[in-house]
Ligand binder design. Structure first.
Ligand code: FAD
Ligand code: FES
Length: 347
């Protein structure tokens, strides 16, 4: 037995199995439903069930309290259908025609620009030319059935790309990154990923100045967005705030420094949180999102794209909206949730 889901206001319809998550079925059907973490945390996939009945899934009350459930709100990455449904959710026009697939790839090169960051160059099959939006991610499908998400760090092209670049930070004790940094993933190895995924991408229907906010390897999708904007000759003012702990953690600092010299309207502010006198650091210090707030007490006319560790993304969203007047619909983000943050968020 399958159930039919109708999305409003688009009227798009798709079928979902009783044991299947509604979001997964919608993505499979090629629909542009917003989503990021697929773990019931980011709330990007929140829709309103107008007709029918759902099983809300194992969602922590922090992210979907009973009062929201009573209003029919559901996180589509966690909810399953118990009948035919009508769900209200704003689909994303920018993702139309971008459909994820399972893609084999060869690891062509692994570079180590800093002690705990690896930059991977992956080659896709000759006929694969993947189309994606700048900012999206892929999921490595590991041999043991686990998945790990990594943002695409290079710009897309209209005809699709045959290589992608990933920036991966070592998380000590991590299932995949321990293997990667122990040298168990080798150049020439063949891997598989699913992608492109997610709805963190550069909105091009706005002229507002952009603040890009990255922590650590959160620079990866931001790099893709900035390279894409530069390639398209965007006239929007762009400012990048990149937060790390130590100077060496700014593993590609030469690139934003070059953009700041060469791209009109672009500026770069590195912000370090754990510098000591020996580092000889002359630049900004403290929390990266607070540096943005110090420079821009009024963000009402900006768009913000934030990516990196959940604590930074959450603080930026909370404080920019509450203290700097950033409109809710002008904040776009991907949080790098790992297994520990997912475990903390599960019921
Ligand atoms: C949309 C998205 C995009 C991402 N993009 C990037 C990117 O571009 N670059 C990047 O570096 N990272 C990115 N990440 C993070 C990445 O997907 C991985 O989570 C990260 O690399 C860690 O993977 P791992 O397998 O090494 O660690 P994990 O196995 O996930 O472990 C992480 C930590 O949690 C601990 N842990 C594991 N299981 C549990 C548990 N059950 N309870 C408590 N603690 C536990 C481990 O000991 C370890 O310290 C992204 C994440 C998301 C969601
Ligand atoms: S809460 Fe559903 S995609 Fe993040």
């Amino acid at each position: 037995m399958t159930f039919q889901v109708t999305l409003q206001p688009s009227g798009h319809q798709f079928q979902v199995e009783p044991d299947e998550k509604i979001l997964e079925a919608g993505i499979k059907a090629g629909l542009s439903i917003p989503y990021s973490c697929r773990s019931g945390v980011c709330r990007s996939c929140r829709g309103t069930v107008r007709e029918g009945e759902v099983d809300f899934g194992d969602v922590h009350p922090t992210y979907l309290p009973d009062s929201d459930k009573a209003k029919g709100l559901a996180l589509l990455c966690s909810a399953r259908a118990k009948s035919d449904l009508v769900v209200e959710i704003a689909e994303l026009e920018g993702l139309a025609g971008i459909k994820p697939g399972i893609v084999p790839c060869r690891v062509v090169k692994i570079e180590r620009p800093s002690a705990d960051v690896a930059v991977l160059d992956l080659r896709l099959p000759m006929n694969e030319n993947m189309r994606f939006m700048a900012g999206q991610y892929v999921d490595f499908l590991l041999k043991d059935g686990k998945r790990r998400s990594y943002s695409i760090a290079c710009k897309p092209s209209a005809e699709g790309v045959s290589h992608i670049e990933l920036h991966i930070r070592h998380v000590p004790g991590g299932h995949f990154t321990d293997r990667l940094f122990a040298g168990e993933v080798k150049e020439r190895e063949v891997m598989r990923f699913e992608g492109p995924l997610g709805s963190f991408y550069l909105r091009e229907d706005s002229n507002k100045p952009i603040i890009f906010l990255a922590s650590g390897t959160g620079f990866a999708p931001i790099k893709a967005m900035i390279e894409h904007a530069i390639a398209r000759g965007s006239q929007r003012p762009m400012q990048l705030y990149w937060g790390c702990r130590k100077p060496a953690d700014l593993y590609m600092a030469a690139l934003p420094e070059q953009w700041a010299r060469e791209v009109p309207g672009f500026s770069y502010v590195p912000v370090l949180s754990e510098v000591s006198a020996q580092d000889g650091w002359q630049g900004r210090t403290g929390l990266v999102h607070q540096a943005v707030m110090a420079d821009h007490p009024d963000l009402s006319g900006h768009e913000v794209y934030a990516c990196g560790v959940p604590v930074m993304v959450d603080a930026a969203q909370r404080d920019f909206l509450a203290q700097c007047g950033l409109p809710e619909d002008a904040f776009f983000a991907d949080s790098f949730l790992d297994e520990s943050s997912k475990a903390a968020a599960s019921v």
